[in-house]
Design a protein around this ligand. Sequence first.
Ligand SMILES: [Zn+2]
Length: 537
Amino acid sequence: MTAWPRWTAGFGFFALVCACSPPSAAQPSVNAVQPGSPPKLIVLITVDQMRADYLDKWSSQYTGGLARLTKNGAVFTNAFQDHANTETAPGHATLLSGREPNHTGIVFNAEGVPDAGSPIIGGGGPGASPFRFRGTTLFDWLKYRDSRSRALSVSRKDRGAILPIGHSREAAVYWYQADGRFSTSSYYGDKLPDWVNAFNALHIPQSYAGKAWTPLLPPSEYPEPDTVIFEDGGREPFFPHVLSRDYDQAAREFVAFPWMDDVTVQFALAGVSAMRLGAGRSTDVLAVSLSSTDAVGHRFGMASRELHDQILRVDRAIGVLIDSLYKLRDSSTIVFAITSDHGVTQAPELAEEHGDSPRPTRVDLSPIAADFQATLATKMNTDSAMDYLDAVLLLNRSRLNRSHVSADSVARAFAEAARRQPGVMRADLFKDILAADTLTDVIARRWRHAIPAEWPVAVVVTLNHGSVWGTTPGVHGSPWDDDCHVPIVFYGPWIRPGKYDELARTVDIGPTFGQIAGVKPSEQLDGHALVSAIAKN
Ligand SMILES: [Zn+2]
């Protein structure tokens, strides 16, 4: 066990940047805005696994950032990650690129950013980079206009930090490591700047060792029962949840506690100060991805008291972020958006009956995929002709052809076997998805947006509404609205507050910021600026 001094330097730092005003004290000073002038700082806040309905669900208890954003911002009530495979990597890649996964090339979560050729600075792993990402992002558009623009992107997760920025090596991109540090990979540089080393030297995550997570509000404020035995796989389905007393173990477990979001915010604010973000003549970008909601949602599920409490804490954490930015910079120069990389589906065990629709269930096609794999391996003396990942069957057609095996026959047989499984609604040949009417067939549209047309994908499988692939209390990844419907809220002097029920997509966030900042990429985008929410100067 490493003996870090507890509650010493870490606590002092926390107190320094948390000296925040109450939410009402720092409204954007609209009068200070020069007509037509671009913002100095664009802030994107992403809450991992935040469903759209969480904005309203506990709104009477919000006192921080969610309260301010929803009361004074432009709230898009009909907003979506408009693609299947609603996972962290594909979702984050859409946010500032203006492009769906079929055009960013970030399709699978597990194959989003891992890169053994880009090791983590200071050790640990795995290495990561944006080498699979295609296209440009808001930061590239800003830099093309003014090379002085800078960007800072931070997250607990590598993909959450890397993908909103895209390819740029000039951005400061940091994510949390299992040893309690924030670091980056060799893609971005060969050493950490002093401010990152200074922050890491505080050992803030380790200072939480042995601390108990208890509900923020009195028990009567939570309608959810605390002890639903199914939560956390029955291991610890009730409060309090205590972080390990061992410092090393505490740093590892920290990612699944609400405090991870607080420390991510503190790290972002330290970076804003050190980099003087938003203090120059150009437009800078700050992307903050808060990941604890995803961890809590997976562990306890969306109906849990833990998830309710986590969202209250996210509200407070975002409040600290906004208040602190308003202390550091002129509030009239900052524009915000908040969104999510995906939502989540209610656990099938807790799902309500929906008329005639099939009872939601958990599905696992991996035994079927293994059977197909084994049969092909016997026929071809190789096991590299097919892959099955995240409801997608990939076939190596040329390899199958060389062995005189019809890829179309394999695809059809797999689709038929999948359709016979309880919980499976449809198993589409990918070529049929590419030819489908994507206006009327939303599922087909979301699959089409999920995968590049030229990829060797043979079959995509969609479950019945409410059925899920995974085994945890909370699961996402489907093309249904449970996982696709996310918040999109803009806030700041450039924004006309109100509720907007027009269709909005996460690919619209980058172009909307671009329009506000006066930059536009030359490449074709899937998204467009949500002009109805932009104030006319
Ligand atoms: Zn997740």
